[in-house]
Design a protein around this ligand. Structure first.
Ligand SMILES: NC(=O)c1ccc[n+]([C@@H]2O[C@H](COP(=O)([O-])OP(=O)(O)OC[C@H]3O[C@@H](n4cnc5c(N)ncnc54)[C@H](OP(=O)(O)O)[C@@H]3O)[C@@H](O)[C@H]2O)c1
Length: 328
């Protein structure tokens, strides 16, 4: 990849607590691995305990190999500080379970990486009644950030929320009357549009949250990781053009490895030069301009109100959390 930008190999301590959602494979796996290898405690928020424990064992084995190679920036621990807490983003109750377990540990929280996601799935609805990509990619992780915010606000300087979005966010709309896609059926449901929407909503969440957190120690950023060879294609292997894009990308070396795909996330999460930097959508570790639809304040606030109403309806947003979100 030549002299492309990457993250600085900083030295972190076990007291630095980082949560990575969807960390058992792909971009999340590499993100968790490298942040842990730089010394932090990383909590893997995954829906499958078995997959998460396998990933933790694999991360530790790869860590031993990096130590033997004397790779710069890798700590000298016996074992990395890795933990698992169950998190199924298709269930708002599961998000609350994650929050409860994390809070019971009584620890601080310095970085929350909202990485878990599904790409261009077929039309499906969660038990909470939301379109699957809307909930997994956006709503559940909004809820997670909302409930972890009070802890982050009291965790010292430089706390960060990193939202792993996508360039597909440019292919999106904000139409509340069809935001859940109930008027479509499995034949005319536009999978790319609904994926794009979920990714655009993350970028809008960044702007709305930062507006409310302006004078706080918590910053929010978002990013596109690149076209990355991961398991993300599992949901759209039947979609000709998209499957082809990934196959050709791999063939001609134009797509990224999971490590390369994780570089932008890791940079946003730990680069000391980015302390207090808000409202940036990164790609290839550089600021990029997200679509004007996501930069529109009225759109951001419309989505914010809609999101809060969804969560209030199920009793998931108590007043103290709303106040904290509102910057109080
Ligand atoms: N790969 C790309 O080219 C690309 C491009 C742009 C953006 N992105 C974004 O990057 C992020 C990571 O994707 P990836 O490429 O690494 O894909 P991946 O290999 O499919 O990994 C996705 C991760 O999300 C987890 N996940 C899926 N549904 C979940 C749920 N209901 N609850 C909790 N975790 C869940 C998966 O867990 P399981 O293994 O249990 O399913 C897995 O750990 C996603 O947000 C994706 O939209 C990827």
């Amino acid at each position: 990849m030549g002299s492309h930008l990457s993250f600085p190999r900083v030295t972190l301590t076990k007291e630095k607590i980082v949560i990575v959602t969807g960390a058992n494979t792909g971009i999340g796996y590499e993100t968790a691995k490298w942040i842990a290898m730089m010394g932090a405690t990383v909590i893997l928020g995954c829906r499958s305990e078995e997959k998460a424990r396998e990933a933790m064992a694999k991360i530790n084995a790869e860590f031993q190999a990096e130590k033997d190679l004397k790779t710069p920036g890798v700590v000298d621990y016996q074992e990395l500080s890795l933990e698992f807490i169950k998190l199924d983003c298709a269930s708002l109750q599961s998000v609350m379970g994650f929050v409860k377990t994390f809070k019971e540990s009584g620890r601080q929280l310095h970085v929350l990486v909202c990485n878990a996601g599904i790409g261009m799935s077929k039309q499906a609805y969660t038990d909470d009644g939301y379109e699957l990509m809307f909930q997994v990619n956006y709503l559940s992780q909004y809820l997670l950030s909302a409930h972890l915010l009070p802890i982050m606000k009291t965790s010292g300087e430089d706390c960060r929320i990193v939202l792993v979005s996508s360039e597909v966010h440019r292919y999106s709309e904000l139409k509340l009357d069809r935001i859940q896609g109930r008027q479509y059926n499995e034949r005319n449901f536009r999978r790319t549009l609904f994926y794009g929407n979920s990714k655009a909503f993350q970028v809008m969440q960044m702007f709305s949250m930062n507006r409310r957190l302006q004078n706080s120690n918590v910053t929010v950023s978002s990013l596109h990781p690149g076209v990355v060879q991961t398991e993300v294609t599992r949901n759209f292997s039947d979609m000709g053009p998209w499957a082809l894009l990934f196959s050709i990308g791999k063939l001609i070396g134009a797509s990224k490895t999971p490590y390369e795909g994780a570089e932008t996330t890791i940079n946003a999460a730990v680069n000391p030069a980015l302390q207090d930097v808000r409202d940036v959508y990164y790609s290839d570790c550089k600021p990029n301009t997200p679509h004007s639809r996501t930069r529109n304040k009225q759109n951001q606030e419309t989505l914010w109100t809609y999101t809060q109403n969804c969560l209030k309806e199920g009793g998931f947003l108590p007043d103290d959390i709303i106040k904290c979100l509102d910057g109080e």
